[in-house]
Write a protein that binds this ligand. Structure first.
Ligand code: NAI
Ligand code: NA
Length: 396
């Protein structure tokens, strides 16, 4: 069987096992090329299979020789269907980790559920004893609340009024206006329930109550701010309310971890092409301009470069951790540089279907999007029969 990309809007229905493996191998090679990081040795990553979470797992394992447990929600391969990319990524990661003599186990299931938390706690107790670092990197459109059984859906809507701005269909390059109706109170509450900090706090409480956090344990969740261009739909929209809640939760968790000298942080990361960000209107146009400028300036980063810098220059540099006036780690510093944002603001005005090809980095956007699903990697023979490539990992 030859596997080709089958795009449907913001998703791709297929993914390529060999390409996903290449993606993981490239990220490992990058981390190795940057040298050792004096980071923690026992790491739990929640949302470990794609995007920033996968990069965090790779950085921990191959930068600091850490044992890792990864939690994620992915589809294994089935009759006539490829697995979801995060499943292939994780299979490849486990193979690479084992070859390097590193402990790596994964739990595939709903991280919001009590069952998956219990399963993870049992695995930690059995195999690692305690955890030194918990990375919380979930991005999900839904959450079944574990105590009420209610299924909450998050939305990507502005608050207070209709928002109209430009966006791009990155498949066709067509730039058009998009109008998004404002959220109601229920939308806001639901989005906070799905993407806010409640589940992060639940994880940390369960780990602490189980005696599974080492003295001085740290936990980090990821947030985003972005420019005024996207504020209405992002930071001041429903998802922004959830990020406000997530950021406030960091302080609550730090309080709750006092007895073990634990600390919770939020790291504000750069805008990147992931499955989560491609679905947000206006953001793809912003990212295509951002990529263009950052590449020109020689400061472009992907998930792995961002997390390597987060670990090496911030969290585990051995120096005092710089925080902004709201107590957050800022690894979006290069994206938010004044000169970078000023250039994007100018390009934004000029961007149209006709001009974007030259003004923006649509090709880079498309390339990154294909890469998410294991397509478009150098060194992969996409015409070879993919059947033999599907590894059988120990994912539970
Ligand atoms: P992603 O979609 O690549 O990764 C999401 C991860 O969560 C995957 O491992 C997936 O399996 C897992 N997941 C989703 N639902 C789950 C569930 N119910 N149970 C267990 N695992 C589940 O997303 P990305 O972009 O890496 O996002 C991670 C965090 O980083 C999010 O908080 C996001 O807001 C934040 N962030 C993203 C930025 C971006 O531009 N992509 C920028 C800054 C922050
Ligand atoms: Na992630």
């Amino acid at each position: 069987m030859i596997i080709e990309p089958r795009m449907r809007g913001f998703i791709c229905l297929t993914s390529h096992p060999k390409g996903c493996e290449q993606n993981v191998k490239n990220q490992i090679a990058y981390i190795k090329s940057k040298g050792t990081i004096n980071g923690p040795k026992r790491v739990l990553v929640i949302g470990a299979s794609t995007g920033f979470g996968l990069a965090s797992r790779i950085t921990s394992a191959f930068g600091s020789n850490a044992s890792t447990i990864g939690v994620f929600f992915e589809k294994p391969p089935s009759e006539g269907k490829t697995a979801s990319p995060g499943w292939y990524n994780s299979a490849a990661f486990e193979n690479e980790a084992k070859q390097a003599g590193l402990y790596a186990k994964s739990i595939n299931g709903d991280a919001f559920s009590n069952e998956v938390k219990e399963q993870t706690l049992a695995m930690i107790k059995e195999d690692l004893g305690q955890i030194d670092l918990v990375i919380y990197s979930l991005a999900s459109p839904v959450r079944m609340h574990p105590t009420t059984g209610v299924l909450h859906r998050s939305t990507l809507k502005p608050i207070g009024g209709t928002f109209t701005n430009k966006t791009v269909d990155f498949h066709t390059g067509k730039v058009s206006d998009v109008s998004i109706e404002p959220a109601n109170e229920e939308d806001i509450a639901n989005t906070v329930t799905v993407m806010g900090g409640e589940d992060w706090a639940m994880w940390m409480k369960a780990l602490k109550d189980g005696g599974l956090l080492a003295d001085g344990a740290q936990t980090v969740a990821y947030s985003y701010i972005g420019p005024s261009l996207t504020e209405a739909v992002y930071r001041k929209g429903t998802i922004g309310s959830a990020k406000d809640h997530l950021e406030a939760t960091a302080f609550e968790i730090t309080d709750a971890l006092k007895s073990i000298n634990g600390k919770a942080y939020v790291s504000v990361n750069k805008a990147l092409v992931t499955q989560a960000s491609s679905a947000i209107p206006v953001i793809p146009l912003y990212i295509s301009l951002l990529y263009k400028i950052m590449k020109e300036e020689g400061i472009h980063e992907g998930c792995i470069e961002q997390i390597q810098r987060l670990y090496a220059d911030r969290l585990f540099s051995g120096e005092a951790l710089p925080l902004d006036d709201k107590g957050r780690i800022r690894i979006d510093d290069w994206e938010m540089r004044e000169d970078v944002q000023a250039k994007i603001a100018t390009l934004w005005e000029e961007a149209s279907t006709e001009t974007l090809v030259a003004l923006g980095d649509l090709a880079g956007y498309k390339q990154d999007f294909l890469n998410l699903f294991g397509f478009g990697f150098e060194g992969v023979d996409y015409l070879a029969d993919a059947n033999e490539m599907v590894q059988v990992p120990s994912i539970q």
